[in-house]
Design a protein around this ligand. Structure first.
Ligand SMILES: [Zn+2]
Length: 319
């Protein structure tokens, strides 16, 4: 029987699961090893996988990079490899050249998160289901469950919303915050992990990620205000998503920022979404609660999500 190896390549860790054992290595990324060139980092990735993958195995790898999954080409990722000179990294070709005996499947980590979320939480009546990750970066993927499809554009992309302008009523200093992509005032600038810290700094709020949830539990006003500001661009994004797609029945929200605050994040999001502004809003509190689900740590497993995509649970399809 063919061995199946699952891997998850993030900016911080490379995790490899063989059988039931998971090994973790510092990621071959500019974030973890800023002194090394992109070529050297990619070499290290190929070397590490080469050592750990048995002969003739199939490997399903979730990658924290914008990815054309059909071609196996990475289209850029700041935390992993910075801005590659060509803008494209032929990841599948590099892995297949070293290990032609292996069947490689590369999956974007948000797509893997979506598959994991759908497997764990989709209800039989759900038609379109979205997963938003809010961590060092922000992105969303939507699956059409009846067709078992994740539609993508001609480059293999869908839902790279972290780098669109945030809708926010925050003070001008917050709206001018820079983004890692070089832009200004993007959703990632204020709602990602680094974004939350940056917003706290410009608002003069004493903030420490480690104790954010416990401080909110104690009812610290400044931190409640911080949460309101950083959730607003996400609430506005979700309001737009629901307005555009009447079949969107469920939205899972995961990633370190949301999962670290679970019930606080969900309460704030639901409070902001339930406010009706015009006839266009059909969002009652009950309807919002049916749609929105903030994930707890452990709800999303990108290793299993990559396996699910490789098994055809959802097909990533250019349409
Ligand atoms: Zn950006």
């Amino acid at each position: 029987m063919t061995d199946t190896v699952s891997a998850d390549l993030g900016g911080t860790w490379l995790r490899i699961r063989v059988g039931s054992a998971i090994e973790r290595f510092p990621a071959p990324s500019v974030l973890q090893q800023p002194g090394l060139s992109v070529d050297r980092l990619l070499q290290q990735l190929v070397d590490t996988l080469d050592v750990h993958v048995p002969h003739g195995a199939r490997v399903n790898m979730s990658c924290g990079a914008a990815l054309d999954e059909q071609k196996g080409v990475a289209l850029g990722s700041g935390p992993l490899w910075g801005d590659a000179p060509s803008g494209e990294i032929p990841l599948l070709h590099m892995l297949s050249s070293r290990r032609p005996d292996v069947r490689w499947t590369l999956v974007n980590d948000v797509t893997a998160g979506l598959a994991s979320y759908a497997r764990g939480f989709a209800r039989p009546t759900d038609r379109h289901l979205a997963y938003i990750t809010i961590s060092s970066g922000i992105a969303v993927r939507t699956a059409y469950l009846a067709e078992k499809v994740v539609p993508v554009d001609h480059r293999g992309l869908q839902g790279e919303v972290g780098h669109v302008r945030a809708v926010s009523s925050a003070p001008p200093a917050v709206l001018r915050l820079p983004c890692a992509c070089g832009g200004v005032g993007h959703i990632s600038s204020m709602s990602s992990g680094p974004g939350v810290a940056a917003v706290a700094q410009v608002l003069g709020i004493d903030y420490e990620e480690r104790i954010f949830a416990s401080s909110l539990a104690e009812g610290t006003d400044d931190l409640a205000r911080l949460l309101t500001v950083v959730v607003e661009p996400i609430a506005e994004l979700i309001r737009t998503m629901i307005t555009l797609d009447p079949r969107l029945d469920r939205i899972g929200i995961g990633g370190g920022v949301a999962e670290g605050l679970v019930e606080f994040y969900e309460r704030e999001l639901i409070a902001q979404l339930a406010g009706s502004r015009s006839y266009a809003d059909s969002l009652t509190s009950d309807r919002v609660r049916e749609i929105i689900h903030v994930c707890a740590p452990g709800d999303i497993d990108t290793l299993s999500g990559a396996d699910a995509i490789a098994d055809g649970y959802l097909r990533v399809t250019k349409i």
